[in-house]
Design a protein around this ligand. Sequence first.
Ligand code: GTR
Length: 409
Amino acid sequence: AELGAGLPAGRLAVPEAELSVPGGLPDPLVCADGAPVLTPADWWERRRPELLAAFERHVYGRTPEGAVEVGAQVLAEDAALDGRATRVETRLTFRRPAVGAAGAPDSQGSQGSVAATVLTYLPASASTGSPAPVFLALNFRGNDVVENGSADHTEPVQPPWPLAELVDRGYGVATACYQDFDPDVDDFGNGVHPLFYAPGQNRPGEHEWGALGAWAWGLSRILDHLREDRRVDAARVIVAGHSRLGKAAMWAAALDERFAMAVSNNSGCGGVALSRRRVGETVEAITSRFPHWFCPAFAAYAGREETLPVDQHELVALVAPRPAYVASAEEDTWADPYGEFLGAKYASPVYELLGAEGLAATEQPSVDRPVVPSRVGYHIRPGGHAMTDGDWARFADAADRHLGKVSGR
Ligand code: GTR
């Protein structure tokens, strides 16, 4: 049965079985005042800014616009992977700008600066005149675990990434540990938040950024840095992430249109799974365990998802018409794989309005039948919550397809 007649204005009718709350889904192509979005100009000038502002106000919080002073110091630069890659480690430092015309000293002392170590693998060909497209993804456990794995299997588990395979396909990979930008604890005295506090402020306000906002900000600062490197194809930087970092990657791509493509792996609640389904992790569950990920205002929607002014398909829509690739895992029920599929599916009308193909599947595909050709891509694979080598291979397939195949080895 369709939740058709009687829906409030601006609600999209979807099959009843897809949601757990009444009232349909917010329609990405209807403005808050009920005006339909009929042209690309309506989208770019009215609806997109309105949706972005709604995600800031109700979900992730507003990212401050103020500048920080950035320093970059190369820590190491060597050949790697038997000469097929260049491995670079760079320390980025972020500081509050000196305050006032007199250049008053930074009152926050050591808390006035934050550092992140960025690890980059670039195909050797990037140093000889063929700038490489790059996958940029934060990691959970440290750059060394991306390279070498870890014997420590406590959650969240992080397998090593298939750096050699990606480099051999022509892609660079850039990463930093997410904790460098904001330690993942419900505490706002560290990480990048204090760099932007007003005098006397010690935590973000009701509608200000949480940790996901800080991680997304970090992704944009790494992008700034990559764009300065002539070995990087600045027009082809793909932001990717797993789980909480898949949420951050999608939010980063929504905020920062310089990202050429976005990949969300098992991002679940607060990522691309629809909040109105209330399957697996709910707004109540996530805001009780991880209140600091979002703006404080998001917690008010726990158990009242039907009143959320947005839902997560609209996060995918904010990436349009850039390629967006959504990946699920069959046993990852906490992330609601079907809800992730629907997040991709219901973003599609915005892609179509902008002249791009939305998800080329109306039903969830079976496991291991990836939908790569359309600009919104999707796969579900067997197994549990993880970002596997096979997932990475599909991300590279989608990037090949939509950003142009790069000449690997
Ligand atoms: C879980 C959390 C999810 C997901 C995951 C992860 O505990 O409930 O929202 O983000 O962590 O990041 O691995």
